[in-house]
Ligand binder design. Structure first.
Ligand SMILES: Cc1cc2nc3c(=O)[nH]c(=O)nc-3n(C[C@H](O)[C@H](O)[C@H](O)COP(=O)(O)OP(=O)(O)OC[C@H]3O[C@@H](n4cnc5c(N)ncnc54)[C@H](O)[C@@H]3O)c2cc1C
Length: 376
């Protein structure tokens, strides 16, 4: 019986375990995760008013459904330790060693650190720890005072989703506020078609959100931030009662370069028993390597299939998944995205409806109903 250990039970790790579980109980499956539950990260922008528990499934529950053993532990490893892990086939954990035949590393991504940012700002780690409600309630408590000055740093997909969700909730609860967006780039969501920038730009104006493009966040002290206007070459100081830092993410703990089958590379050498998947995995193939949930799920499933194929002496599959579309939400009834071709933009309620349908598809997948078409 093969013993397969997955480190990191996010979208990629769970997709891998579910795919392995579908093939029966011929394998001993283990999951190691630093958290007690699977967090549906693509809903995190909604956790200012809905507790994060609403978007978290306890690993104990998933373990029972899909037949794996859960180890609630944080793993730490460095890139140069991987060849040693491959040879030893044993993963050192804080509470002992876990041996394996195959190891899958799917530890995701973490927020890009900002100079002086961590100490004062509120970021992705805080949302994951469920601090969104607490921060929102603090804004609610000061409703009678002067308008809250709120700054969000980061005009990428995550920052934009958080910005409009927060705006909607502030409006609903009638909290007086001024919301501003500070972004280093000249274009919003720069890796997506130009139409995203235009549509979101107009919405920023309609919603009276101040927009500072080409502006670098510098630091934060005592309810004020300093930014650098890159066009004018000036440093500005602004009042900010709440500063939200969402400058993007980076593979965690580092990018795991892997071959087209998902096996990790140490320099030019393939580590045949160690696989990667998800945001931390960079596959050398024609497939999608963006840090998105859809790529994470596909990489996780591919790696599971390849582990099984290799064990049975069959050829592994190459990772070839191409993006079928991309949508970002702009509040509860608005979204922007593309489907099929990047020039085929969908906007407004229709886009929001499709986005919700995609979230439902993932919920079904976690329930054991796989409606993802094609492979991986
Ligand atoms: C607000 C927000 C909205 C998003 N919306 C979308 C969207 O609409 N569509 C889309 O495609 N993508 C979206 N994304 C991106 C998407 O969430 C990520 O690409 C996806 O979560 C990556 O999955 P993953 O499995 O690689 O990592 P994760 O889902 O982050 O899971 C990583 C897991 O590894 C565990 N872990 C990490 N380090 C360790 C360690 N050292 N030891 C043990 N366990 C560890 C973590 O606890 C976690 O369970 C969004 C992201 C955010 C933040």
């Amino acid at each position: 019986m093969q013993k397969i250990v997955v480190v990191g039970g996010g979208y990629a790790g769970m997709a891998c375990l579910i795919e392995l579980a579908k093939k029966g109980r011929r394998h001993e499956l283990h999951l190691v995760d630093a958290e007690p539950g699977h967090c549906k990260v693509t809903h995190l922008h909604k956790t200012f008013t809905t507790p994060v528990e609403g978007y978290t499934v306890p690993f104990a529950q998933l373990a029972e459904k899909f037949g794996f053993r859960f180890h609630h532990q944080r793993v730490s490893f460095a890139a140069d330790e991987l060849p040693r892990l491959e040879n030893a086939r044993a993963l050192p954990l804080p509470q002992g060693t876990l041996d394996f035949d195959q190891l899958v590393i799917s530890t995701g991504a973490s927020a890009i650190p900002l100079r002086n940012g961590e100490k004062q700002g509120f970021g992705l780690g805080d949302l994951r720890r469920g601090r969104g409600v607490e921060v929102f309630n603090r804004l609610l408590e000061r409703s009678e005072e002067e308008p809250a000055q709120i700054t969000l740093v980061g005009g990428g997909a995550t920052g934009i989703q958080i910005l409009f969700e927060l705006k909607e909730q502030l409006r609903r609860k009638r909290i007086p506020h001024n919301l501003r967006l500070v972004d280093l780039n000249e274009r919003l969501v720069p890796d997506q078609p130009e139409g995203f920038h235009r549509y979101i730009g107009k919405k920023l104006q309609r919603e009276e959100i101040e927009y500072y493009p080409e502006t670098r966040y510098l630091d934060h002290a005592e309810q004020a931030i300093r930014v650098e206007d890159l066009r004018a070459g000036r440093i500005l100081s602004m009042n900010s009662h709440l500063t939200l830092l969402f400058p993007g993410v980076t593979p965690s703990p580092f990018a795991l370069e892997s071959n087209a089958y998902g096996q990790v590379l140490s320099g030019q050498t393939v580590l045949p028993s160690i696989f990667s998947a998800g945001d931390c995995a960079y596959f050398h193939s024609r497939g999608l390597n963006l840090l998105t949930a859809q790529a994470a799920v596909r990489k996780g499933r591919l790696v599971a299939r390849n582990i099984l194929n290799l064990a049975e002496g069959k050829n592994p599959y190459k990772y070839r998944y191409q993006e079928k579309g991309y949508l970002i939400s702009l509040g509860s009834v608005d979204a922007i995205g593309w489907l099929g071709l990047r020039c085929n933009l969908v906007k407004g309620f229709a886009a929001s409806f499709i986005k919700d349908a995609m979230e439902t598809q993932y919920d079904l997948f976690l329930d054991g109903v796989d409606t993802y078409l094609g492979f991986p």
